[in-house]
Design a protein. Structure first.
Ligand code: SF4
Ligand code: SF4
Lengths: 404, 136
């Protein structure tokens, strides 16, 4: 048994043993999990994938005379931002598209530039055109402003992503007869391809399946800077299907994360356009996992063949919210390039970057071994299986159905 | 000079030993990048041809004389290595596997320009616009 305090003392003395989740697999294979738990202090994880539940708060500073953007309208590089906040606070979401974007009117739409791209440009230090209109008040008389901002001119700019780091995800296939364009990429008809989106053995929450060490307040790598877990993510679903050792076999936990955008790097957060689907953003996330005991050594040393995911039809079942799994496959099979679905060999394609995930896990390892990055005890644990939390759905209800 | 061409064969021309002809009679180096040969429908072949300009022109005349269509591939597909995040999405649309993942441990996406037939599907699908078309 080890404590976070003991591990941090070792980090400060630069005597900590930190390895990536990939390296941990090998260590546990050769030494066994018991010895691995004694030897290794920290395992680093990483993931880099499209995460629509992302965005950034900015306080743009006050103009002279003052303008109340709050309650008005505001655009960054023609992308609309959320203004229902205080006078000069705005929130830009990753999936926002310019008002005049043709979207899917010419199918499949290209979604060339959206909120995710604005965030990437801002983080990369580029100038961003701000346009806002307001109704004018006695204290905020200005009604219109057009100007440029960048990360030096604004006050705070912080990423607040309400849902990142999905603990496992569906494998998407298409049983219909036409090509479909989804957030899981382009899917060929008649079970012609299978797309998956998880870092598997490197994925943060798959390495701590029971949320023993990752909780509210956990310090982490977010897009090249330091960030924190703010809360559980939206649609956090601890009650999802799990295997006998507690590892989720379907999309389960999620994280809300926060971090200073000014520290981040455009190499680890990238605006993305999903053809026929929309604008979004690739986010790089890495979380250190303290090896407190043998159970944590066991979880962090699970490899791709131990992590299973459900194959789901996006031709009909997913859009119609029919909860059906065609079969289960593991990440070793997915990474091999083909899986077997109902006796058919189906080629597989990733949509999240394993090579970037690896890079993130290595950077985090370096931060910790060089003494720059200390581990945290969760301030509060994320809701686990015992919470009984299940996903609610949006039904078309009458007022009587929801009135007490 | 080096040029990439699409050769289109009508049903009755697939039996001609054209590559041999180009090599033997016109001194051209012919590298077959992709071939889609079908005895029933029109067949096509993407080739890279290297040789002297005049030999190349005569070689093309020879093919046209055999009723084989010749079109230069004018587009060039490039990958911006700075932009590519190695997500792998493009590999799902690249039929000739010019974009592919050779190493299943690193999962890095490689681009083999030689295999590319300039279909441009990756240009549309790449979420970070790392793939682009340029014209000669
Ligand atoms: S889709 Fe684009 S970013 Fe992804 S691997 Fe292909 S070229 Fe690179
Ligand atoms: S244009 Fe792109 S998708 Fe088409 S063959 Fe070339 S690399 Fe592959």
């Amino acid at each position: 048994m080890k404590t976070i305090e003991e591990i941090n003392a070792k980090i400060k003395k630069k005597k900590v043993v930190v390895v990536t989740a990939e390296e941990m697999i090998e260590i546990a294979r050769s030494k066994g999990t018991k010895k691995a738990a004694q030897h290794v202090d920290v395992v680093t994880t990483g993931t880099f994938g499209p995460m629509c539940g992302s965005g950034m708060f900015i306080n743009v500073g006050h103009s002279k005379p003052r303008i109340k953007i709050g309650g008005g309208k505001c655009y960054l590089n023609d992308v609309p931002v959320y203004c229902g906040l205080a006078a000069v606070d705005i929130y830009i979401g990753a999936t926002a598209s310019p008002d005049n974007d043709p979207r899917n009117t010419v199918y499949p739409g290209a979604f060339k530039y959206g909120g995710g791209h604005v965030i990437e440009d801002f983080i990369s230090g580029k100038p961003i055109r701000l346009e806002a209109t307001a109704y004018g008040t006695d204290c905020y008389p200005k009604k219109r402003i057009e100007t440029f901002i960048n990360k030096e001119t604004v006050n705070e700019a912080y990423i607040y992503n309400p849902r990142n780091g999905y603990q496992n995800y569906n494998v998407a296939v298409n049983l219909s007869k036409r090509v479909i364009h989804t957030y899981m990429g382009v899917l060929k008809p008649n079970l012609g391809s299978a797309n998956y989106c998880s870092a598997g053995q490197l994925s943060p929450l798959l390495n701590d399946p029971k949320y023993r060490t990752i909780g509210i307040g956990t310090r982490l790598f977010l897009a090249g800077g330091v960030g924190y877990v703010a809360w559980n993510g939206t649609q956090h679903n601890p009650s999802a299907l799990r295997g006998p050792d507690g590892i989720p076999r379907a999309g389960a936990g999620t994280l809300a994360v926060v971090g200073d955008a000014k520290q981040m790097s455009g190499d680890f957060i990238k605006g993305a356009s999903f053809i026929g689907y929309g604008a979004t953003i690739f986010v790089g996330l890495g979380i250190p996992i303290p090896i407190l005991d043998e159970e944590m050594a066991y979880f962090t040393s699970r490899s791709d063949e131990d992590f299973w995911a459900q194959v789901v039809d996006y031709g009909q079942d997913y859009p119609e919210r029919i909860p059906k799994s065609l079969c289960e496959v593991n990440y070793a099979q997915l990474k091999s390039g083909k899986i077997d679905v109902k006796g058919k060999e189906v080629p597989t394609f990733p949509i999240s970057s394993y090579s970037k995930a690896k890079e993130i896990a290595s950077i985090l390892k370096e931060w910790i071994s060089s003494g720059r990055f200390l581990l945290t005890n969760p301030v509060e644990h994320l809701p686990g299986v015992e919470s009984g939390i299940k996903m609610n759905t949006l039904e078309e209800r009458t007022i009587e159905e929801v009135a007490y | 000079m080096k040029k990439r061409m699409i050769l289109r064969f009508k049903r009755n021309t697939i039996d001609k030993p054209v590559v041999y002809g180009l090599v033997k009679n016109y001194n051209l180096v012919v590298n077959i990048l992709r071939a889609n040969i079908s005895p029933k429908a029109e067949s096509m072949m993407v080739v890279e041809i290297e040789g002297r300009e005049s030999d190349f022109e005569r070689g093309m005349d020879y093919l046209r004389g055999l009723n084989i269509g010749t079109e230069p591939i004018e587009q060039d597909i490039n990958r911006d290595e700075q932009k590519c995040v190695h997500c792998g999405i493009c590999t799902s649309v690249c039929a000739p596997e010019a974009l592919y993942i050779p190493d299943r441990n690193t999962m890095r996406v490689e681009f083999d320009y030689q295999r590319c037939v300039a279909c441009e599907l990756c240009v549309k699908v790449c979420p970070v616009k790392a793939m682009s078309v340029s014209f000669d």
